[in-house]
Design a protein around this ligand. Structure first.
Ligand code: MRU
Length: 358
């Protein structure tokens, strides 16, 4: 399966080349494929904030390279460059609040930096760490794709109808995707009849990114309005909802794109299984439960306007862009360390003590 997935790989969103971080501008997809070069920590933080790059693992990877770019400039400026670099750590960490992968990646960069005493070795060490973060995310996705596919096969043997939300694909990660990695592997194993892709208001990650990725792979995909999901669960014999995650707390609660929580409630009502796919870098054992997760609120114009054109009355707007699905609505959390079925605090703690499977 790993080789088949590798052979079928078409999409990537992040490339480190000749000392520059190239990001595929996801705001322009699927119409245009434009790569933007970034050569400073400030520019990378801005790209994360502006959604040039998005998706929890992808913003963690981008932040790691952002920090490397920051270190390059601070070292060249001389003086107490380590103290000055703290500003870049802060700017990158503050660029988006909900996905924990961002701080996880910066923490890895900090630990690596602290181990290097000789200034002449700093940039090579940080580059190796950032590349390692990118490569290990790809590897984790390959492992999770296999585990999630096997989970589907454990419960069903013919082609299934699946539903996904937002984009948890190659574009949101170092490659292949988390939820879409599982869907890709299931497709290769003959377990997919059709994927329903929620449009995912207001940024349309479902229609612009997920539908594009799946169609490009030849996976049968139908786009639906977010509000159609419960109706489709009732009428289309969907068996699984498969989503990614931006942060998972110690008790197994899951923050993911706004709308995920209502999918989980509806899945339970209709007797569908609910699978969350995320690398262990998305698990935040420092937070006890989902209510502790900071939920990003974005600009009200995302709802008041369409393509820059005002479409709503002059009213107040509430625009939380993530929500929390409680652990008791989740059938399985798939990570590269293994699968946790019916998650709770004890099972999550046991998982996090394990070594990676690959
Ligand atoms: O606002 P975004 O696009 O950065 O949202 C993050 C996501 O893509 C999703 O929540 C996703 O399901 C988890 S990241 C693989």
């Amino acid at each position: 399966m790993r080789d088949e997935l590798l052979a079928a790989e078409k999409v990537k969103a992040i490339e480190w080349r000749d000392g520059t971080l190239f990001l595929l501008d996801q705001r322009l997809l699927p119409g245009e494929q434009v790569w933007l070069g970034h050569d400073s920590a400030v520019a990378v933080a801005q790209a994360i904030r502006d959604m040039v790059v998005r998706g929890a693992p992808a913003i963690g990877i981008a932040a790691a390279f952002g920090l490397l770019l920051g270190a390059r400039a601070r070292l060249a400026a001389g003086g107490d460059w380590r103290a000055a670099l703290e500003e870049d750590f802060r700017a990158l960490a503050a660029s988006r609040p909900t996905a924990v992968n961002l701080c996880w990646a910066l923490e890895r960069m900090r630990e690596r930096l602290q181990r290097v005493k000789n200034d002449g070795e700093v940039l090579a060490a940080l580059e190796a760490e950032a590349v390692g973060i990118l490569d290990s995310d790809r590897e984790a996705n390959l492992t999770m794709a296999q585990l999630g596919m096997e989970l589907i096969r454990k419960h069903q043997d013919g082609p299934q109808k699946l539903l996904t939300h937002c984009n948890a694909g190659a574009l949101a990660t170092g490659g292949f995707g988390t939820a879409l990695g599982v869907i890709r592997a299931a497709h290769l194993a003959g377990l997919v009849e059709r994927v329903y892709a929620d449009e995912t208001r207001p940024w349309l990650q479902g229609s612009r990114l997920t539908a594009w990725e799946l169609a490009g792979d030849g996976v049968p995909v139908s786009l639906n309005a977010d509000a159609a999901a419960a109706h489709l669960m009732k009428t289309e014999s969907i068996t699984w909802v498969i989503v990614g995650a931006d942060r998972i707390t110690a008790n197994g609660d899951v923050a993911n794109k706004i709308g995920t929580y209502q999918l989980a409630v509806n899945a339970m009502h209709h007797g569908l299984r609910f699978m969350v796919v995320a690398p262990s870098s998305t698990i935040d054992m420092s937070l006890e439960e989902g209510d502790d997760i900071p939920i990003e609120e974005r600009d009200g114009r995302e709802l008041l306007e369409l393509d820059g054109r005002r479409v709503a009355a002059e009213v107040a707007v509430v625009n939380p862009v993530f929500d929390v699905t409680p652990a008791d609505l989740i059938d399985a959390i798939v990570t590269e360390k293994g699968v946790v079925e019916r998650p709770d605090a004890a099972k999550m703690a046991k998982l996090m003590c394990r070594k990676r499977l690959h």
